[in-house]
Design a protein. Structure first.
Length: 162
């Protein structure tokens, strides 16, 4: 028997990540509908600042070129939750900013009031693999030399040196 498991043809990791991101969307949707956070709940949301669909002020991207954590606690407004993203207004150094964050860009969601945390893998967009450059020894229009039998096998003689 083999000790290695076969590769799954079902993307379980992706399905689970998507379901857990739906938890974040549902929680934020409840906060939006109720008009605020209940009790002592507050959220730390970490996301990739350069992920597709993230729309934040340039100054924040420059300050946080890879990842950023926001806190939804006391001073936030205009929270809107849609199917694939949420948007919220916060202040940074007393300057208000609207943030639009796709759920796919989130890497962590924490509610310290109840010791609840979710970690995610950032989901990169589908990228076509780069085409390799032609090998230097592949010269267009030059066919390999063939032996008389039609093969292109090279014979090497490792005989004694004289």
């Amino acid at each position: 028997m083999s000790d290695t498991l076969p590769d799954s043809l079902i993307p379980y990791d992706e399905i689970v990540q998507e379901a857990l991101r739906a938890v974040v969307g549902r929680v934020l949707g409840e906060v939006e509908r109720s008009g605020g956070l209940p009790g002592d709940h507050h959220f730390y949301i970490t996301f990739k600042t350069q992920a597709p669909g993230v729309d934040i002020p340039r100054r924040l991207v420059e300050r946080f070129p890879d990842e950023m954590t926001i806190v939804l606690q006391n001073k936030f407004w205009d929270l809107k939750v849609l199917e694939d993203h949420f948007q919220v207004s916060l202040t940074f150094n007393q300057v208000p900013a609207l943030l639009i964050i796709p759920f796919r860009a989130i890497t962590a969601f924490v509610d310290p009031a109840v010791n609840f945390a979710l970690q995610f893998q950032a989901q990169a967009p589908e990228v076509e693999p780069e085409q390799p450059e032609p090998a230097e020894n592949d010269v267009p229009g030059v066919a390999p030399k063939e032996n008389g039998d039609g093969s292109n096998v090279v014979t090497v003689d490792f005989g004694k040196r004289k």
